[in-house]
Design a protein around this ligand. Structure first.
Ligand code: URA
Length: 303
């Protein structure tokens, strides 16, 4: 059972408190949920600070990724936090080359001047653009404050979401709830949704055609909500929303990007990945998420 978190002198949860708060209960097997593990990128954390800086500079020169200049507080520094000495260092490897042109930029929608959430939900129900309409139990449009300053976006509904018709209600969602609460977010202030509005069978990854076909629904949601910020959860959502030509999530996380929607977008780990990632050591994904969610909250409070 998760223990009750204590507070520091500044009345803030610290990383250790969060670890206590989010610690995985005895039945860890029940957390074996779908996962987009950025295996390709894990070896990057073995690169030294200097090497990472060099790679970052090389990538920046391509002008494909456009980090938005941080205001306060600064996001986590581009070179990753050092992994703790309890980790076995992984062999370093060169970064994947960054292709020169993004390919899935969204096209502006026309003809939705009188759009409404009721209409979007109706249209999602009626949608038969891809095969997922045949296997879904329910559509999962999104939930929350339709005037939210911050929209959180994942990749696609899972089994629990498919049953309930709501995003992030399964194990990953419960973990996300704890992270949001620990950082001081009130869930009812946020809007939470996915790129796909229907569950891919067997929790397989969404394919690019499905994401492309479903994107107009997300565009319409964003056009109505007009959020100031987007929080993008996980490798797949980040690669679609920030742009396909960016490095993996371990290098994107904690940074702001313009995104295909031209809304400042913060890259974060997916809660499923955090559940699977046992370590709470300094530099571990759980520790990094704690830095990121607090940076997001500070930005949220400042807009
Ligand atoms: N994972 C997601 O990306 N979205 C959900 O709604 C649930 C799990």
């Amino acid at each position: 059972m998760a223990k009750k978190a204590s507070k520091t002198e500044n009345n803030e949860f610290d990383a250790v408190d969060l670890i206590e708060l989010l610690s995985i209960p005895e039945n860890a097997d029940s957390y074996l949920v779908e996962l987009s593990e950025p295996e390709q990128d894990i070896d990057l954390i073995a690169l030294g600070k200097e090497q990472l800086k060099e790679e970052a500079e090389k990538l920046a020169k391509t002008k494909v990724i456009t980090p938005i200049k941080p205001t306060t507080p600064p996001p986590a520094p581009y070179p990753l936090h050092p992994i703790s000495s309890s980790h076995t260092p992984l062999p370093s490897s060169p970064l994947r080359p960054t292709p020169s042109k993004p390919t899935n930029i969204v096209t502006p929608l026309t003809g939705y001047d009188n759009d409404s959430f009721e209409q979007i939900i109706k249209d999602i129900h009626a949608c038969q653009l891809c095969g997922l309409c045949k296997t879904r139990k329910n559509v999962v449009p999104g939930v929350g404050n339709t005037k939210a300053k911050l929209v959180l976006i994942g990749e696609a509904p899972g089994a629990d979401e498919d049953i309930q018709g709501k995003p992030f209600v399964g194990k990953a969602g419960q973990h996300l709830d704890k992270i949001l609460a620990a950082a001081g977010f009130k869930k009812e202030e946020l809007y939470i949704c996915n790129i796909l509005k229907c569950r891919p069978p067997n929790n397989r990854d969404p394919n690019s055609e499905e994401m492309k076909l479903c994107t107009p629904f997300l565009q319409r949601q964003l056009a109505l909500i007009k959020p100031k910020l987007i929080g993008c959860l996980g490798n797949i959502a980040c690669h679609y929303i920030i742009g396909p030509n960016v490095p993996g999530i371990t290098r994107l996380r904690g940074q702001w990007f313009e995104s295909i929607f031209k809304i400042p977008t913060f890259a974060m780990y997916h809660p499923s990945y955090l559940i699977r990632s046992a370590s709470r050591d300094k530099g571990s994904p759980n520790w990094q998420m704690w830095q990121d969610i607090r940076a997001l909250k500070a930005k949220y409070d400042s807009v």
